[in-house]
Design a protein around this ligand. Structure first.
Ligand code: NAD
Ligand code: TDX
Length: 342
């Protein structure tokens, strides 16, 4: 039976990936490693079969812990990161520690024990595009990160490449665009819009709201990762994107309209939108060219935005308790208790 170490399994994409893998490969064994920072929520991975899944609460910067748990794995799939740009602007240090040093420690453990490594990265390493730029990001676009978050991810990508070239580590990298879907922390745009609209709170839009992101439904990202680490060529990078570039203001208006139509609540209207000061160094536009992963591995984004956004809104409406715990401020205590009971 194949045994995988999944880092960052209690976060948004990691937890969706764990559920996806257990469904697709019923025989698989997973060791889920997560520090359970404010962004890691054990509710996201509750109820998994204990015969197949082991949960380890720990830090990827803890080399001694990695030395204990890495041997015997076939692969490491590395999601763990500090992931929010606004936090990186306010306090960059944890981003350097987790994203750069943590990746270094994992690479060292993978090298020592000859474990296949897949590194989850972001399109933000390429910097940004102008709104009217005819080009998109390809795998050969030079790195030009803007924020402390994207710089830390760029640094971690370069470490992976160096470990491949110098030590012959078997590793791949995927650089993906903005994900959306169930279980995303409401610090991020889409769940924040839903959460604030439901609470009748203002929805802050940075600057003019014309910044563009290339939105991909999270399960399509999980499928891409599965393909890359099973069939991708070692040493290669694959760009993953949704062919779905949308201005932020379009996203906000779409969600408000959907919630208003569904809940028949006149309090949910565009009057909630509030343009606020722009994010420092705010990237104008991201756009991915996913031709390589399509040609080499046959991947394409299967979920049209119109379907994905309905699935996403439905999930948040069905999981108000989840949202309540995340936004209440004392969820840390709640999930520490929940973790203890496992
Ligand atoms: P997230 O913030 O929801 O989850 C991150 C997880 O990592 C949390 O469970 C957290 O507890 C854990 N973690 C943080 N520091 C840790 C440490 N030192 N040791 C162990 N665990 C730690 O993030 P996400 O949105 O699910 O992103 C996952 C990965 O995908 C990240 O590497 C991110 O850079 C990348 N990515 C995200 C997106 C997106 O749109 N969310 C897009 C492209 C790439
Ligand atoms: O309150 C907000 N108002 C607003 O206008 C928030 C939280 C965001 N925004 C804007 C900023 C961005 O232009 O919405 C856009 C999306 O913002 P985020 O959800 O914070 O995502 P972004 O900064 O684009 O980064 C995301 O995609 C790439 C993830 O957080 C990263 O982890 C991933 O690498």
């Amino acid at each position: 039976m194949k045994k995988y170490l999944i880092t960052g399994c209690a976060g948004f994409i990691g937890s969706n990936f764990v559920h996806y893998m257990l469904k697709k490969y019923p025989e698989i064994l997973l060791v889920n490693l997560d520090k359970l920072t404010y962004a890691g929520n054990p509710q996201n991975i509750a109820g998994l079969p204990q015969s197949q899944v082991e949960l380890v609460q720990g830090d990827i910067c803890d080399a001694a812990l990695l030395e204990r748990i890495v041997p015997g794995h076939d692969s490491i799939v590395h999601f763990a990161a500090e992931s929010h740009n606004d936090n990186s602007i306010a306090n960059p240090e944890p981003f350097i520690t987790t994203n750069v040093e943590g990746t270094f420690h994992l690479l060292e453990a993978a090298r020592k024990h000859d474990v296949r490594f897949h590194h989850i990265s972001t399109d933000e390493v390429y910097g940004d595009l102008a709104l009217d730029d005819p080009c998109k990001f390809t795998e050969s676009t030079p790195y030009k990160p803007s924020s402390p978050y994207s710089a830390s991810k760029a640094a971690s990508d370069q470490l992976v490449r160096a470990w491949v070239r110098t030590y012959g580590l078997r590793a791949t990298i995927s650089n993906c665009s903005n994900n959306y879907g169930p279980k995303q922390h409401p610090e991020k745009l889409i769940p924040k819009i839903v959460s604030n609209a439901l609470a009748g709170k203002e929805i802050p839009i940075y600057g003019d709201g014309k910044n563009v992101r290339d939105w991909l439904y999270v399960l399509d990202h999980c499928k891409a990762i599965d393909l890359i680490f099973h069939r991708g060529r070692s040493g290669e990078t694959y760009n993953v994107g949704g062919h779905n570039e949308r201005p932020n203001i379009f996203i906000v208006k779409t969600i408000i309209e959907q919630l208003h139509d569904r809940l028949k609540d006149d309090g949910i209207s565009e009057e909630l939108i509030k343009h606020v000061a722009d994010r420092l160094g705010h990237d104008r536009r991201y756009g991915i060219d996913p031709t390589k992963i399509k040609n080499d591995l046959g991947w394409y984004p299967e979920t049209p935005f119109e379907k994905g956004i309905v699935l996403t809104i439905d999930w948040y409406l069905d999981h108000e308790e989840w949202m309540e715990h995340i936004t209440s401020g004392n969820y840390q205590k709640y999930y520490e208790e929940m973790y203890k009971n496992k």
